[in-house]
Design a protein around this ligand. Structure first.
Ligand code: PLP
Length: 370
């Protein structure tokens, strides 16, 4: 088999471990594994299957199309889809038993219309904006939304829900303020004659706010083994990004490397060419600022990251063409992590792993049960 050019390896054993751990942290709640954006770049269908095997009883997707793809792949557990543009036809979602979110009377009416056309009841989750000011119904408009939902035929309100803004900043008072508004919204829903379930917790709140677990928790990033809070948690990173040494060369002191000649060898040294670049998810901002794991140790990435390749300085260490190169992984042996990349370039590990969903990067799975 040829050595990989640019490949992400998804460890489904680690994923199942994470899901089981998160479910155990919220024993009174069901667990929704959030698999939007192709499973945060890990592959939505494979992730969803493994998450269900490990105890997730719900799946969360952003768009209806993502939810329908899960159904098409044979996943039968409840799936919630929460954000689509106006004009979306919800009828295929109703037909496939996808739970739908409504943040406004307009969205509720569009779902009800789809339910009428599909000849089925739609299950909806009414979303209250408790302070994130993103999706969700403004508190002032909420009584109208819950009252209308209670009166709309073909629509069954399964839950009310909201999303937290600063749960990753443990102890931040805004989370308590959001919880209070959520409570107000719940009481208004009861007053309108509804008896909804409630869900609010993202990964950070699953890990740090058991008081906010309610009936269902919605972890995303923690499912993938990345911890959004500075509190230890038993999570195992799921994605490894690897490549191989395409070529090695010995260069004399004074030779410079890559576009712009931004790095110069101080001594005679061995360079390894790695065929993964910014088109494969290596941020160009990592130029001269990252390491790779090669031959059981860290080596610096030198010179600019190119579209298709990077260069690694191996000094006088043994390195051979075809050797495996880990660009980031779980970090257990000292290899760089997605978090390390994120910190270096000024983003979050969510963006790093989700950004690995690229046509040229192949994906393989270990730990699959089928
Ligand atoms: C993405 C998302 C989540 C998961 O958030 P994490 O921080 O990844 O745990 C939960 N709920 C909603 C509405 C989301 O959009």
């Amino acid at each position: 088999m040829a050595a990989p050019r640019a490949e992400v390896v998804i460890d489904l054993d680690n994923l199942r471990h994470n899901v089981a751990h998160l479910a155990a942290l919220a024993p009174g709640a069901e667990t929704m594994a959030v698999v939007k954006a192709d499973g945060y770049g890990h592959g939505a269908v494979e992730v969803a299957r493994a998450a269900v095997e490990a105890g997730a009883t719900w799946l969360g997707s952003c768009s209806l199309a993502e939810a329908l793809a899960l159904r098409a792949a044979g996943l039968t557990v409840p799936v919630l889809a929460w954000l689509d543009p106006p004009g979306t036809d919800y009828a295929p979602g109703v037909e496939q038993g996808v739970d739908l979110a409504a943040s406004s009377v307009r969205q509720l009416d569009a779902i009800a219309d789809a339910a009428t056309r599909a000849g089925r009841t739609a299950r909806v989750h009414l979303k209250i904006d408790t302070g994130l000011s993103r999706n969700g119904c403004q508190p002032a408009d909420w009584p109208e939304l819950v009252e209308r939902a209670a009166r709309t035929p073909n629509v069954e309100v399964h839950a009310i829900w909201s999303h937290l803004a600063v749960a990753d900043e443990v102890g931040h008072p805004a989370t308590d303020a959001q919880a209070e508004r959520f409570d107000d919204a719940y009481r208004a829903a009861l007053a309108a004659g509804l008896d909804p379930r409630r869900h609010l917790a993202n990964s950070a709140a699953v890990l740090t706010r058991p008081d906010l677990h309610f009936d269902l928790v919605r972890p995303g990033i923690a499912v993938y083994g990345l911890n959004p809070v500075p509190v230890p948690a038993d999570l195992r990173p799921v994605m490894t990004f690897r490549s191989s040494v395409a070529m090695t060369k010995r260069v004399p002191a004074g030779e410079a490397v890559s576009y712009g000649l931004t790095w110069t060898a101080k001594t005679d040294t061995t360079l390894a060419l790695v065929p993964a670049g910014y088109a494969d998810g290596v941020p160009r901002a990592l130029s001269n600022r990252a390491h790779v794991w090669l031959g059981g140790r860290r080596h610096p990435l030198v010179g600019r990251v190119c579209m298709d390749q990077v260069v690694v300085d191996c000094g006088d260490h043994e390195v051979a063409e075809g050797d495996e190169v880990v660009l980031f992984g779980a970090g257990a042996h000292g290899e760089p992590t997605a978090r390390e990349w994120a910190d270096t370039v000024g983003t979050i590990d969510y963006e790093i792993v989700t950004g690995m969903y690229r046509p040229r990067v192949t994906r393989s799975y270990v730990g699959a049960r089928r």
